[in-house]
Design a protein around this ligand. Structure first.
Ligand code: PEP
Length: 255
């Protein structure tokens, strides 16, 4: 089965009204992306600007985090319902920066994914091992633990509505990229485990790779059978780099 590739930019805590304007107008003017799904996950404060710039085009937008609660006395938090009001299609959950800097646990990540699903927003559930865990031979065990905890929260029946992003922590923002073989090995392992939970969902579910994806390494990564696109951090802030990565995903799909 061919899964349409998905490229998601993660701006992290970057941007300004002026810089966003330039990036977003370049994105909305870009052509040749019709065989691809593309989204940018932006700081929530900019969702209104992003919606206004992208609403008439094919590029979707998303959040980088969400509260595990519906509403109430949770100062500083943003609910899935609020994100929905701003037309959000995707929400990152469990990014390694959230897990390590804000102590987000596997269960909390699953609860956040559930809240997004309740609002019809596609959670992009990020998984990945640290360098120490990889060197200790624990990669599969770690990603499986992260996956199982998330599935337990969202329910197997909702698996067809999520996206996974395999992001080895040691490759995020470091310039180190996992090799295409290393990535394929983990993606096919995850798809195999998903197949034991829900065979149909395992076939359709997109598994993105993230970790220092750049124009010069994207093609080899996207050519892997179980790599359905990328979660792009640093390179998503540069219009040319991000669009080049998107076009590489298109060319891998069409050749
Ligand atoms: C990310 O933020 O998810 C990411 C993969 O970052 P980078 O591409 O900069 O490594």
């Amino acid at each position: 089965m061919s899964r349409q590739k998905l490229i998601v930019g993660n701006w992290k805590m970057n941007g300004s009204l002026a810089d966003n304007e330039a990036l977003l107008s370049g994105l909305s003017a870009a052509g040749g992306l019709s065989s691809l799904d593309v989204a940018v996950c932006v700081p929530s404060l900019y969702l209104s600007q992003v919606r206004d710039c992208l609403v008439s085009g094919a590029i979707a937008w998303g959040s980088q985090n969400v509260s595990e609660h519906d509403s109430g006395a949770y100062t500083g938090e943003i609910s899935a319902r609020m994100l929905k009001e701003f037309g959000v299609s995707y929400g990152l959950v469990g990014h390694s920066e959230r897990r390590s800097l804000y102590a987000e646990t596997n269960v909390l990540v699953g609860q956040k994914a559930k809240k997004l699903l309740e609002m019809g927003i596609t959670p992009i559930i990020c998984l990945g091992e640290t360098l120490g865990q990889r060197e200790a031979g624990q990669t599969f065990e770690v990603v499986l633990g992260q996956l199982e905890a998330a599935v337990e929260c969202v329910g197997v029946g909702k698996l067809g509505k999520v996206v996974l992003a395999y992001e080895p922590v040691w490759a995020i923002g470091t310039g180190l990229t996992a090799s295409p073989d290393q990535v394929q090995e983990v993606h096919s392992y995850l798809r195999g485990k998903l197949a034991l939970m829900d065979a149909n969902a395992a076939i359709s579910l997109k598994i993105l790779y993230g970790g220092s994806v750049k124009p010069d390494n994207a093609e080899a990564l996207f050519q892997q059978e179980d790599v359905d696109g990328g979660l792009i951090g640093g390179a998503s802030l540069n219009l040319i780099d991000f669009l080049t990565i998107c076009h590489l995903a298109v060319s891998v799909t069409t050749h």
